[in-house]
Structure formats: structure tokens, C-alpha cells
Design a binder for this molecule. Structure first.
Ligand code: MG
Length: 370
């Protein structure tokens, strides 16, 4: 399975409604920025990272794929996922100038495309290649009803609707003002009752003092986790908050390396581990994070940067994964969408990683890569 071509691509996919906001960003589209890898056996693999769909930034990723990573891949055997991961991680064109960031996102896209190819070559869905199904169902929690841009009354309606659709978990955004966010949290908890898990996500906006003040008011609402309460890389701050509140701390969607996760584990600064195949350098690195988390007996809840297309395979195959985020924006761009039925993700059946775009999405949503 020799690699014959590596072609970058960009899709811009509309979000639910015209736009959504969390505490730090307002976006109208999700960027699916990736690589198509063709092989001499006729198979093509697809992998992608997730962006906020700003074309100049997206084109830095595609340029990195095309000019720096692709030349190292042509002629290689696509089966050799781990060896090629190391080759790209040590890419002499990049290691000195970018051990994290755009280069990592570009490598993520390639690594995922290689896993997609390997599963397709074996004729199996990726979860089978990863060792097989270790759980009956992967519980989904709904984030798409909880944006900070949703008015209070619609937030409560959306939460009720998600529960009626079968979701046993939801997540709402915080990070505006402590008073407003506590009011929203309490009204959602009242609306959904005690049996549905209710997580909150601050997207790193608040400082430690504000987090503490919020947590004092939130502890009565049975919060499942507080995600990214403070700045993404602040190990000491998260460790201090974890000691100060009974609410579990979740994080990881903004971390680029397994080493970064290890520091949070060592300092007992995180309870729920949220790696992302589109942020770390692909599934290969995420598997290491999951293994390390599992060795600390920490549960994993992958972030939906891939909107669960790849993560659903991981979640069915890895013993550390407990629950998976659901945001439906891009699922219909793929030949096998990550669908939720009765509150659980459907077990994928098609060979591959679930990353093959439909012909329609490919024709309709593509953007120029340069
Ligand atoms: Mg988040």
C-alpha cells in the first residue's frame, strides 16, 4: 500500500443556526481541514483537523501538509502508521520551528488518514483494528443545546428537548458573568431533573478567583464536570481549583502533546481527560494519552473536534473512554455519519475511520487550499 499522492483539502460547514458563541469565540462555520492520501492499491484515506473556518489560518495548515509533510510520505507504506508518525514528528523542516500548533494539526490530519487507510485495507471499521468493541454502548452528551449565545428561555427548552430525544447528558457553556451563568445552570438543572448529567464548559475564560466564586454557587447543582475552567496550560491553577471544589475538573481539548497531559495527571489537576485526535498529532498520540490516563484510573471523554467521526471508534475500543460529546454540525458530510440513537452513538459498520466525505460535501463545501 504505497502512498502515491497527498492532497490537502478544506471544507467549511455551517454550524446549527447562523452562528454560535462560547466564552471566547463566535463562529458561523466549522473548518474540516485535512488530507486525502492515495495509494497504489486504489484506496484513498481521509483525515482532518477541526478549525473555526478562517481561510487564511486553514491555508497555513494545508500548506504545511502540502509542502512539509507530503514529501516525506510519497512512496512510503501506509500500513506503517507509528513509524510514519515518528518520521513526521521529527520532520527536519518543522521540528525546530513548530513542535506544536499548525504543524501538529497538519500531522493530525495525516495520521488520521493513515489509520483510515489501514482500516480500509483490512476491510474493518477502525474500532475493530484498535482491538475490538469493549462496551455495549457509547453514551452521548449533547453540547449543541448549550451555547452561551442561546437566550435563557431557549436554553431551558433545548435542554428539555435533548432529554426528550434520549440524551442522558448535556453540557452548557459558562464564562459570561458568574451571576448569569449560575442562574442558567440552576434553571437547566430544575428543568431536566436529577437523573441527567449536566456538565459546564468555561473555555478557559475565567481566572482562578472567578472559578472559585462560581463553583461555590454551583456545587448544589450536581455538576458532572467543569471543563476548561481557567487558562488551558495552567497546571497549577487547575490543581488549585481541583483541591478547592467538589466539582470535577475536565480539560485537554487545547493540549498538543502527551507530555502536556502527563503534567496535569502528575499534579492531580484533572479528573476527566479530554484529548482530541484533531489537536494532538492524530490518533496515534491520543492512544498514548488514553493509556496513560487509564494507568491513573482517570476516565476519558474525547473532545468533539472531529465531531465524533473518529472518536466514536476510539470510544468503542478503548477501556478508558466513558462518554463522548455530540455536536451534529459536520456529520452529514461523511458517508457514515456519527449518529446518536436513544442517547448512544451507533456502532460504526463501514471499513475505515468514518472520515470519507460524501461526494456532495466534497463538491459543495470545498474552499481553495492556497
Ligand atoms: Mg470544550
Amino acid at each position: 500500500m504505497k502512498i502515491t499522492a497527498v492532497t490537502p483539502f478544506i471544507l467549511h460547514v455551517p454550524v446549527t443556526g447562523s452562528q454560535i458563541a462560547d466564552s471566547t469565540h463566535t463562529i458561523s462555520h466549522w473548518g474540516v481541514v485535512g488530507a486525502k492520501i492515495d495509494c497504489d492499491n486504489g484506496l484513498s484515506g481521509y483525515g482532518f483537523t477541526g478549525t473555526h473556518a478562517h481561510l487564511p489560518g486553514d491555508q497555513l495548515v494545508t500548506r504545511c501538509i502540502e509542502t512539509c509533510h507530503a514529501p516525506l510520505l510519497i512512496g512510503e507504506d501506509a500500513h506503517d502508521v507509528q513509524r510514519l508518525w515518528l518520521k513526521l514528528a521529527r520532520n527536519p523542516a518543522l521540528q525546530w520551528v513548530g513542535r506544536a500548533g499548525i504543524t501538529t494539526l497538519a500531522q493530525a490530519a495525516i495520521d488520521i488518514a493513515l489509520w483510515d487507510l489501514k482500516a480500509k485495507a483490512g476491510g474493518v471499521p477502525l474500532w475493530k483494528l484498535l482491538g475490538g468493541q469493549v462496551r455495549e454502548r457509547v453514551r452521548a452528551y449533547n453540547t449543541d443545546i448549550g451555547w452561551l449565545s442561546i437566550p435563557d428561555d431557549q436554553l431551558v427548552d433545548g435542554a428539555r428537548r435533548a432529554v426528550a430525544e434520549g440524551f442522558s447528558g448535556i453540557k452548557i457553556k459558562v464564562g459570561s458573568s458568574v451571576e448569569r451563568d449560575l442562574r442558567r445552570l440552576q434553571s437547566v438543572r430544575r428543568a431536566i431533573g436529577p437523573d441527567v448529567t449536566l456538565a459546564i464548559d468555561g473555555n478557559g475564560k475565567w481566572d482562578l478567583a472567578t472559578c472559585r466564586r462560581f463553583c461555590r454557587g454551583a456545587e448544589d447543582s450536581d455538576v458532572f464536570w467543569f471543563e476548561e475552567p481557567t487558562w488551558y496550560d495552567d497546571v497549577k491553577g487547575h490543581a488549585a481549583l481541583a483541591r478547592a471544589t467538589s466539582i470535577p475538573v475536565a480539560l485537554g481539548e487545547q493540549l498538543y502533546t502527551a507530555d502536556a497531559f502527563s503534567e496535569f495527571f502528575a499534579q492531580q489537576a484533572v479528573h476527566w481527560v479530554q484529548p482530541d485526535v484533531t489537536r494532538l498529532a492524530g490518533l496515534t498520540e491520543v492512544l498514548q494519552v488514553c493509556a496513560t490516563a487509564h494507568s491513573f484510573r482517570l476516565p476519558v471523554a474525547p473532545h468533539a473536534g472531529d465531531m465524533s467521526q473518529v472518536h466514536v471508534h476510539l470510544a468503542y475500543a478503548h477501556p478508558a473512554v466513558q462518554v463522548l460529546e455530540y455536536i451534529p454540525w459536520i456529520k452529514d458530510c461523511f458517508t457514515e455519519p456519527a449518529e446518536v440513537v436513544d442517547g448512544a452513538f451507533r456502532l460504526p459498520q463501514q471499513p475505515g475511520a468514518g472520515t470519507t466525505p460524501t461526494a456532495d460535501a466534497w463538491a459543495r463545501l470545498r474552499q481553495p487550499t492556497a
